[in-house]
Design a protein around this ligand. Sequence first.
Ligand code: 4AD
Ligand code: MG
Length: 464
Amino acid sequence: MTEPTVRELYLSPPSQAAPGTRVCGWVRSIRDSKNFAFIALSDGTHQQTLQVVAQADKLDNYKDIARQNVGAAICVTGSLVPTPERKQPFELQADSIELIGTSRADYPLQKKGHSMEFLRTIAHLRPRTNTFGAVFRIRSLAAQLVHAFFHERGFVYVHTPIITTSDAEGAGEMFRVTTLDPEHPPLDEQGRVDSSQDFFGKPASLTVSGQLNVEAFCLAMRNCYTFGPTFRAEKSYTPRHAAEFWMIEPEIAFATLKENMDLAEDFVRAITRGIMDEAKDDLEFLNKMIDNDLIARLTNVADSTFARVTYTDAIDILANSGVAFEYPIHWGVDLQTEHERYLTEKYFKRPAFVYNYPKDIKAFYMRQNDDGKTVAAADLLAPGVGELIGGSQREERIDALTNRMKELGMPVEPYKWYIDLREYGTAPHAGFGLGFERLIMYLTGMSNIRDVLPFPRTTGSAEF
Ligand code: 4AD
Ligand code: MG
């Protein structure tokens, strides 16, 4: 007896009848015609369902099977038969059907289409739909491709901590981690919460980025990366921000911003190609149902070189665009989504790096350029999602780093070890952070970050 998945069946369809084939899965639909029934069976491994033919004269429990509700779990054993003359290439003619778990008539995923909003309310069931099956298979594949990309290039994978006592972005958007009694926290002489009595002996938080830690490894082992969950307590209701998201952060030593952009470009192209090679069925489905431009856009990205433009030139392009942006544009402002999308979708029509940003809108660790006004930062903007990557060359000069931290009024103590790295064999290095969910949005055409996270955590919502 063989026990293939539905995916395996579609990858190598039978050329002749194969008796003793057993397939388990969940009922998508049942069409009952008294003496026989067609069951569409899904096991979540593939876009297509398997057609099961149940015949009353062959199955003792035919009546019981034929009245099952959508969503029931069954295992079918029978003969897998090629059916080249029919809509589906083969069918499983059942010799026996085991009822593993019944479903109910009120199963929320009936045949009709559902809105994304509704499906978010049943996040425990939505992986059973075609759309979310495709999205989460692509998400899984993309994660494997990320590791393969770095592994092939000799990068060391570093597991940076989730709990931290320093704010890697210096932006104050951290979730506190504490075991103090919220009703009666211990107080110091000034009446403030006494963190020295907390679990870690000082204030601790969930990390916003593994970058600072990965820099330490990069200055020991050259090319490294981290890939893990990160957390941001920014009150944000946009379709592109989540409170818990995954980030891929490579860091390369003896390298500048240029090599950093080269790496980011190779990376995005390689993952795009990998998904196009290995997830054809799912992409075709998403192209048909979710975003008709998806495959054309990915093909364009896989084949193009990315644009590179300085922030100053980008401001000129936007100022001369003739577009009435909601947020007016002038040198010194941060780019908003509408600006990012204009640049990548309308002007360049491909992914575009914007680099050398004003230092006042960027993080403390970025390397100052000689003009005294800008830092060696580069964001990658991508069609459909806007900012996909944020990266920079790091400030490796100790005086420049500590002066900048002083200017920004940052405490030195939590960053002592980070500054230390500039004392002991400092070297130019650079890296970037790519928001994994933004990548999945771009790869699937899904327009809301809530629909590429298995169980999204966003402002005001942490269900499931
Ligand atoms: O630009 P960010 O804040 O950069 C950093 O965190 C650096 N430490 C990265 C580095 O240089 N190692 O974030 C990097 C990327 C963004 O470009 C975006 O794709 C994603 O992370 N991102 C978010 N994704 C989902 N929800 C959020 N709230 C996000 N904030 C950032
Ligand atoms: Mg950024």
